[in-house]
Design a protein around this ligand. Sequence first.
Ligand code: IVH
Length: 678
Amino acid sequence: MNTLTKEQAAARISQLSRELDEHNRLYYIEAAPVISDFEFDALLKELETLEKEHPELRLPDSPTLRVGGGITKEFQTVKHRYPMLSLSNTYNEEELEEFDARVRKLLGDEPFEYVCELKYDGVAIGLHYKDGLLQQALTRGDGVQGDDITTNAKTIRSIPLRLNSGKNAIPFPADFEIRGEVYMPHKSFNRINQEKAAAGEALLANPRNSTAGTLKMQDSAVVASRQLDCFLYFVLGENLPYKTHFESLEAARSWGFKVPDFTELVSGLDGVKAFIAKWDVERRNLDFDTDGVVIKVNSYAQQQTLGFTAKSPRWAIAYKFKAERVSTKLNEITYQVGRTGAITPVANLTPVLLAGTTVKRASLHNADIIEKLDLHEGDYVFVEKGGEIIPKIIGVDLPKRTAGSAKLLYTAVCPECGTALERKEGEALHYCPNDAGCPPQLVGKIAHFVGRRAMNIESLGEETIEQFFRNGLIRNYADLYDLKKEQLLPLERMAEKSAQNIIDGIAGSVKIPFERVLFAIGIRHIGETTAKKLAQGLHTMERIRTATREELLEVPEVGEIIADSIIAFFASPENILLVDRLKAAGLQMELSEEQLTSKTEKLKGLTFVVSGVFNRSRDEMKNLIEQNGGKSSGSVSGKTAYLVAGENMGPEKRAKAEKLGVKIISEEDLLQLIAAGE
Ligand code: IVH
């Protein structure tokens, strides 16, 4: 327990907040940290603890906001103070020369300079600061009004919550807006996709779309975990004390914004062309996507002379890099079958060099895309590498088409088991419905079951599973638990020792906790997190199997798609049999005693009054509160933090709570409160 007085706590909170700000800046802006991650986390933890003890002392720009946790149910639409314009694009040197000629003409041949910047391929954001504090963050929207994403933007470490006013900082205007681009660094993108691949979830398509999706997430803690970043490129305000754009960027950098230092001041079009030539090559070494260069007239006075068209400034233009594109032969379309039966068509190409890598295959995504491309046998296709990491087929090289060649049709049957494919109304993908007999689906399900995040049977790799399957030793994951060493020894390349390891690994997996068993059995749409929530909410496999749709929907984070998927899974007698066999083999089918009784401090310092009838018994409700560190009391008073209201709650309790301003919440809200750890 902390023994600081309130004054001491206030001083320490302020000191820690400022220290953490500085370390954030050194780490995320300067890339020159002076303390270890461990030390940083310790300071942050200390601040979090103090803020929990003294919520009223938490600073409005506290660095703990970076961790997220705030939920935005609905994003408010807000009008921009200055419309958020876009830039006109140029695609070649002639168009650039035309731009330059226009600028020179309108400026009456007076001397001028250009600022060259990279065009960051992310999502535009406008940040409003008042007296050095971040007030609001808006998306571009339609340019006139955007969405308020302040809570999410605060989790981006390189966006200062409070501006730097230290001795090397240039004074900042009392009220201004700064615009920039939020992006997902390749490092974050790749890490997230690795995690998703391990969980058998759909991968993020490209960093730009992922950034847009992330900024509109409701839970800011998830936004924080995605590790977005933000470059700034435009300061706006009334009577700004700068003469040039370049000067404003330098000032912004000194206030603590991430203003890339590869921005350059050049005179004349030759300088612009040299900048473009350099970055068209160098961009491949950056940790973020850029799709071009932005060229801006530097002087504010000259910008004013040039003015705006309806859509964009006349003093700036974007030059778009050419996406690299080659033509190569399409040899064949093959179809991959995933563990859920989803079919992915793949174009097999004659290998060709593109943007530094050899491309042999490209995803064709789904039947609609193939139809739109109108592919014929023996076609040559254009392959492009743009913002996407995976190469894309963008069209047919028509002059190379052989006259009379047949149109390629999407397969009607599963390439692996011959079953007629199905496609649900409104879905893009075809599925092979033969989940009980289609080999890659069966092998895929077993591979998922033994995976690191599921049953974690390390001695059993995907190739070995395929080998066992081909040899008729296993057809499903329950069969694993019937395997005998003697059955394995005759197999090719199977030594005594590895056979023993496999048998031991399988036997050892019976200790894996229930929530991972629940994830392992492969109910569609149940990822690791949902499995955890289900286990915490319903405790046993039996209760999950027999739960009604309504009961499932009460579990936090379980929506209709997930509830229906659980019901469909357990409607199959084969699945019930599989789960029963796992149970007989000794796997964990419920939360352990320890997990059930484990205490948390999530409700520490809060007093609850429970009244009325709930899904749980009254005792269960009280236990839940106490296990999470809360207090449960019989009557409403000034000390009550929440009244948990069930059906037929006493009217006097409600009246008293309303009079005292005590928050009234439902059973579901209480679970949310615990889940959120607030
Ligand atoms: S300046 C009035 N600078 O490109 C000019 N924009 O089509 C405001 N962008 O909406 C834009 N990098 O999202 C500017 N260095 C850069 C940029 C940049 C990317 C984006 C921005 C804007 C779009 C223009």
